[in-house]
Design a protein around this ligand. Sequence first.
Ligand SMILES: [Cu+2]
Length: 373
Amino acid sequence: IDRPLSSVEPDNHFVATKRAFPEAHQTAPLAPALVAWLVSPEHRLFHQLWHATRDKWHRLDEHKRDGLRGAGWQPGPRDGERAARGRRKHLNGSGEDFFFMHRHMLAHARRLQPDLPDWTRLPLPSPLLEYDRLGFIRYQENHDGNSVPPAWVAADDDELSQWLHGIKAAETFFSNFQVWESQYQDPDYLSQLTLGQFGSEVELNIHDWLHMRWATVTRDPANGMPVTGDRNQTDYAPRWFGQDNDFLGDPFSSHVNPVFWRFHGWLDDRIEDWYRAHERAHPGEVQRREVNGVPWFAPGRWVQVGDPWLGPLTHGCGGIADAGGGAGEMEVEAMKLALRIAFSGEEDAADLLRRTPRRPWYARHMRMPKGQS
Ligand SMILES: [Cu+2]
């Protein structure tokens, strides 16, 4: 404020107005045609179920696995399923499914919005107020949609609160995210990994953290109240299907968020780095091949799977149709049922342990950032 130093002090008043963080969907929205596809119940449930079944598979008993097989939702070929977690995750090709399904999804999204932006580098943290006042203000206004929303406090879950605080901190960007960013572009590192090992490494490390670093707390669309542990995973009340539910911490809603496409675009570009690294180290050992309309790779020494999994579209029993649209009410109900099977083990466990706080999907496997206690 430009005012003379001689003016009397009691004159110095101001009013601060608390505002909600400006969301990327407000400052840098996706094209309406893309949003219409993303918010459809078919696609919300497809994305949630695709992640849930492969994340839960290693813990499900045979009875529940058979239930999912019956619905056409076992992760991969029947009796040769590829769980995303558990001891064999790096060896079973699940990492290839992870990369492939998202590349398939990106291709469809880019048809609906050809100028869909993605990151060429991970966005830097906010400038320090003390050094760059205007830069700091602009960051909080989130003009480009890349700013990290504030952490939130879960009153009944100190561990989650502390972890969120850590994952959103600038120091964590430098001590963890930038380390991954450089490692995942390092030809010496990449040329020693199979595609499945690399995909699994990316999925379980940087990917989950990207989701949570850029997440804003879920708000109940009914009243705007924060839901710190996210909506109940099998709550399919109509209000959760609205366009504003684009919570990044949950695969039911994450893909509706513009930031999802930016970091998934960035992750997808790392597959090309992986290919170039192999070409440099041992030319010809990885062969390109188109799979299901997507530029991909042929099975061989570094690529395990010839039939990456897209749900019942590739490995079903004639059940649920594609995420691309056209799936009807029947498919939606079938997916809800499959989701209930996938989550049922969890509810049993929660009952046994009594008070386990609910957590966002991508915050369920919390490890503290490096460099923090
Ligand atoms: Cu996903």
